[in-house]
Write a protein that binds this ligand. Structure first.
Ligand code: GLA
Length: 724
């Protein structure tokens, strides 16, 4: 069984195929973390080294034993007030305003299947393939249930926690993070993914020094600036070898993640909700859930770590009809026209799209209310028929009659002051009384913590979806939240969390009632690219930066946590609208080769040769789309000179290998790329050249790339195993 309890020494052991996680209930009822690493047997409480540590407090019931201090012992659920001065997961204030938690172990339960979380996204699996461990901790005013989910076959362990107030007074939760991993020793690097609008998820690896390394989003969204995902790796770990651990937060609001190398060279590593503007009061009987964290361990380097996460996200987070099928090839109107279009132009775009072999036309921003630029209209989800020259359903019918599906852009969480909705319900926007609101892109955020606000917006969307054959929605969110004040809430410290619950409630209803609509997440590009959103939207627009070269680096960073099937990427016009860079159509295609592929340009202004090339690209993409969507993704090489990656079919019989030489040099040494994961002792035929290669040589010596004729030369190889 994946979860075992050893009653003799009160030890819980969680086994996956390749890893083991263990903790113990000690004599005082605290949970001490013992181990998370390669698969191992037995009780590992010998890792605990008790000593009298100066200036480290001991719990009262440790009596005269000064060697017992939670200030240095590795813990499972550290809380404030126990004499542990490191960063806690839990801080609670009681009715009298005093702080201090003292939760002790009360009991446990092991059940088949993976737990779910009320109102929050969580990894799911059936009873045969997963187990849940519930640990009950009891205090004087509230108790906490720690939840562990184990998906042994894919090396995934999840955590979540539920706090319930059983006292007869109001308590306030000031911090409630989900998971921590305490390491008694070891030298680690922390890997995080930072960025900005148009340059999301840039890889950053640094050695831990004494003190804390923190990444945080105070924006009410997971953010462009830091992704709610981290890796801790042994110094020596690289793509293909070494120990590394990942923690991925399944939540789309603000977060904080921290790694501290402490006074005894121990490392505490934790992740959960942001503390800023969070102060959550619970009346007697009320409860609060700390959103889920996905954890995985690999002793085969970062590649295996990503493979574990990719499988989990693809099969156990993403849901619905589109989880397993390849997505339609899209032509999106945004970079073709921005706001400057009418119905005629959209139809012409659709006709062009059809001629190229595109599956779906997406009408982006500008089709509703008064919306000829980004200063007005958000909130008024009624078609601008004057602009379109017909109703939306008529336009959709016309596009459908060309043999194309129709998709639509919406931004339901936002409102412009210049909108009918704002004039009618100014109180529906999140603004602080007595303070001018912070505008961003001239818009304010709707109070999604309020059910009547959500209901109004939901009904507005239903009116569209019920009358038009819309098969895709791009759900956008184009600003961070600054003003946090809800007109109907007494406790403003609850608003940001309740906002996210409201968003999830909306999306749950929408996906349940419109199961055939593919929803693509978006937040000014990839500002809310997280596992929480992926539970509702199986793909996310990865960045507003469509520059083929910059996208290589954005996709690279994104690939550590997220499978390529979730990454939406489009071939755009040249020179690129964001950077002015000129890149060949071929390289733009290669760079956009992900599971959610499309175009973002106006084909009418392209030459016949370019149109023919696009037609060929779409044929080629469709021939490879299953491999790209479902295959294993390998990062072969990424630096400022070369970007190379591979998709390998799960049976190892086919591989698509892509490369872009970023910087060309005079008399340049030949560049070799080495595919991975091919079946040993086999031969593979390369489709475009017909050449046959021995798999072992290919994976060791590598494949020489032809000398590039200029910067940004790209290469694609398709290998098929030669069957005897
Ligand atoms: C965001 C999106 C873009 C586009 C615009 C429309 O920036 O990321 O792709 O949809 O909004 O306003």
């Amino acid at each position: 069984m994946p979860i075992n309890y050893n009653a003799d020494n009160k030890t819980f052991t969680l086994h996956t195929r390749n890893s083991t996680y263990q903790f113990q209930v000690d004599k005082l009822g605290f949970l001490l973390h013992l181990y998370y690493g390669p698969k191992s047997q037995g009780v590992m409480d010998w890792v605990l080294a008790f000593a009298d540590r100066g200036f480290s407090g001991s719990p009262y019931d440790a009596g005269e034993n000064r060697t017992y201090s939670l200030d240095y012992l590795p813990q499972e659920f550290p809380m404030q007030g126990t004499g542990d001065y490191r960063s806690p997961l839990l801080v609670v204030r009681n009715g009298a305003g005093t702080f201090g938690c003292d939760l002790r172990y009360k009991g446990y339960e092991i059940v088949d299947g993976k737990y779910s979380l009320e109102g929050l996204p969580a990894v799911y699996d059936d009873e045969k393939n997963s187990q849940t461990l519930k640990i009950y901790l009891e205090g004087q005013r509230f108790h906490v249930t720690l939840l562990y989910g184990v998906l042994p076959e894919i090396d995934i362990i999840t955590r979540a926690a539920i706090l319930e107030n059983f006292s007869d007074e109001v308590i306030t939760v000031e911090k409630f993070q989900t998971a921590c991993l305490d390491f008694t020793h070891g030298k680690f690097d922390l890997i995080t993914f930072h960025g900005r609008h148009m340059m999301e998820r840039q890889f950053d690896r640094r050695e831990l020094h004494h003190g804390s390394s923190i990444i945080v989003s105070r924006r009410g969204m997971s953010s462009h600036q830091y992704n709610p995902f981290m890796i801790l790796a042994d110094h020596e770990a690289n793509e293909t070898s070494g120990n590394c651990w990942a923690m991925q937060f399944v939540y789309s609001g603000g977060f904080k993640a921290e790694a501290e190398l402490d006074q005894f060279n121990q490392t505490r590593w934790q992740i959960g909700m942001a503390e800023e503007k969070f102060s959550y009061s619970l009346k007697p009987g009320e409860k609060l859930i700390a959103p889920e964290v996905i954890m995985t361990f690999s002793d085969e380097g970062l590649q295996k770590l990503s493979h574990n996460l990719h499988t989990c996200i693809r099969k156990n987070i993403c849901r619905g009809k589109y989880r397993d099928i390849t997505r339609p090839v899209i032509l999106n109107s945004w970079e073709a026209f921005y706001f400057k279009f009418d119905g005629k132009k959209i139809l012409e775009l659709a006709e062009q799209a059809k001629l190229l072999g595109v599956d779906m036309l997406v009408l982006d921003d500008g089709w509703f209310g008064k919306r000829d630029d980004d200063n007005s209209g958000l909130g008024d989800w009624t078609t601008n028929e004057k602009k379109l020259g017909c109703s939306l359903s008529e336009l959709v019918e016309k596009v459908n009659s060309l043999g194309l599906k129709f998709g639509l852009w919406v931004e339901p969480e936002m409102i412009n002051e210049d909108s009918n909705l704002y004039r009618e319900h100014p109180d529906w926007a999140l603004t602080v009384p007595g303070k001018s609101p912070v505008r961003c892109r001239q818009q304010l955020v709707l109070d999604f913590s309020r059910s009547e606000v959500r209901e109004y917006l939901y009904n507005s969307l239903c009116k569209i979806l019920d009358t038009c054959n819309i098969e895709y929605l791009k759900w956008d969110f184009n600003r961070s939240i600054a003003d946090v004040y809800s007109r109907v809430e007494e406790d403003q410290g609850k608003v940001l969390y309740d906002y996210i619950l409201g968003l999830y409630d909306f999306l749950e209803k929408l996906t349940a009632n419109y199961p055939n609509v593919l929803i693509e997440g978006c937040a000014g590009g990839g500002g809310r690219f997280d596992a929480g959103m992926l539970y509702y939207t199986p793909q996310i627009w990865c960045s507003d930066n469509t520059d083929a070269i910059e996208r290589l680096f954005i996709h690279y960073g994104t690939s550590f946590a997220y499978p390529m099937s979730t990454i939406s990427a489009h071939v755009s016009a040249c020179p690129n609208h964001q950077t002015g860079r000129s890149v060949s159509l071929k390289t733009r295609y290669v760079s956009a080769l992900t599971g959610a592929f499309g175009y973002e340009l106006n084909p009418a202004i392209l030459s016949d040769d370019e149109k023919n090339e696009i037609r060929e690209q779409i044929r080629d993409y469709k021939a490879n789309s299953e491999l790209i969507n479902d295959g294993k993704y390998y990062r072969l090489s990424f630096d400022e000179n070369l970007s190379a990656w591979e998709y390998l079919s799960l049976d190892g019989n086919s591989a698509l290998v892509c490369a872009v030489i970023i910087a060309n040099k005079g008399n340049m040494p030949t560049v070799y790329i080495t595919p991975r994961g091919l079946l040993p002792g086999e031969f593979y035929r390369e489709k475009y050249t017909g050449k046959v290669y021995a798999s072992d040589a290919l994976m060791n010596i590598g494949l020489p790339l032809n000398k590039p004729s200029g910067d940004y030369e790209s290469y694609v190889f398709k290998f098929e195993r030669v069957k005897n």
